[in-house]
Design a protein around this ligand. Structure first.
Ligand SMILES: [Zn+2]
Length: 335
């Protein structure tokens, strides 16, 4: 172990799992601890698991405290980055949780919160495909859809840290009801949840047209992963669904390009990682619909940082020299 090395702890609190990791300046994961979130067991248990995950990586790593810059935390939902509070996190069932204060009190290290799409774009900009790029967007497509946006070297947060709710842009005004209360959000057409829903609808309508490997189970248990795999294997019903999802994701991405004029968009998340068809359909739609001069300047890329992207980006909050928004541009890691 290099004794001059500096580290930060990343903590990613998702609806299904809690991941804590100690990460060095080069983005290497020293060690990590993963545990199920189980939000249905209640706030106290989830919080204890969060603290235990941090305790575990601290104990296992044997890194000296004075070498750790702080604990960066990524969560889904609405965050107040000034007070380090979780205002509302639907997938955790949390409301007004002073998460930063609780963690700081336990470990005596500085804590910074941000939402998981923002930490993901930070990870891409420090260690990923978007290294050093000042106009970079990260789009995650998994259960839901979100975006982290760096424009002109600045992380776009909005007035209440809610910028980048890409999943909730209206893609069809006559579309299905979304969890947010609106109709026809991008998430209702292109998320993993939407892909599974469309497959279920298709099978109810046309029987075994979509030949998915679910013979022994109820149709309602179809997962997006199964639909993506069936599409990649050429099953026509599944291909139709994935192409539809890719088309709408492409339409949404045209809007992103026209709004932000990025030089790179990195796509990640389980739906993107599952196969190549959906992103091919996104690119086809961009070629069809994007203003040509803007399309020429944007590279479309697939994330290479995998499942650890948000936890790395959370730690990355402490590898930006200045952590305030205005300092982002000057704060690129100097390697
Ligand atoms: Zn919505």
């Amino acid at each position: 172990m290099n004794t001059d090395q500096e580290y930060a702890i990343g903590l990613d609190i998702g609806g299904t799992k809690i991941l804590a990791a100690i990460i060095d300046r080069n983005g290497n994961v020293l060690n990590q601890s993963q545990t199920p979130t189980s939000p249905e067991l209640g706030y106290e248990i989830t919080m204890e698991r969060v603290l235990t995950a941090v305790r575990t990586v601290l104990a296992d790593s044997q890194v000296k405290r004075n070498r750790i810059r702080g604990i960066g935390v990524a969560t889904a939902g609405v965050i107040n980055t000034a007070t380090n509070e979780v205002i509302f996190a639907n997938n955790l069932g949390w409301e007004d949780v002073p998460l930063g204060q609780i963690i700081e009190h336990q470990f005596g290290l500085p804590v910074q919160l941000n939402n998981d799409a923002s930490t993901a774009v930070i990870a891409e900009s420090i260690w990923g495909a978007g290294r050093g790029i000042d106009d970079l967007i990260y789009v995650t497509v998994s259960t839901g859809i979100g975006a982290g946006i760096i424009s002109g070297g600045r992380l776009m947060t909005g007035v209440s840290d809610s910028a980048g709710e890409f999943g909730h842009i209206t893609i069809r005004d006559d579309g299905p009801r979304c969890g947010c209360g609106n109709y026809g959000c991008l998430e209702t057409y292109a998320s993993g949840t939407a892909i599974a829903r469309m497959a279920i609808e298709q099978m109810k309508q046309s029987g075994p047209r979509a030949r998915l490997p679910i013979a022994e189970r109820a149709i309602s248990e179809i997962t997006a992963k199964e639909v993506i795999e069936a599409a990649e294997a050429g099953e026509p019903g599944a291909v139709e669904i994935i192409k539809k999802a890719g088309y709408y994701l492409g339409v949404g991405t045209v809007n992103l390009i026209h709004l932000f004029n990025p030089s790179m968009i990195v796509f990640g998340g389980g739906v993107i990682g599952g196969g190549s068809m959906i992103l091919a359909e996104v690119e086809r739609t961009l070629n069809e619909r994007c203003i040509e001069g803007m399309l020429q300047n944007v590279r479309i890329s697939k994330s290479i940082l995998g499942n650890e992207i948000s936890v790395k980006g959370a730690a990355g909050l402490f590898f930006l020299d200045k952590n305030d928004n205005s300092g982002f541009k000057q704060s690129r890691i100097r390697s």
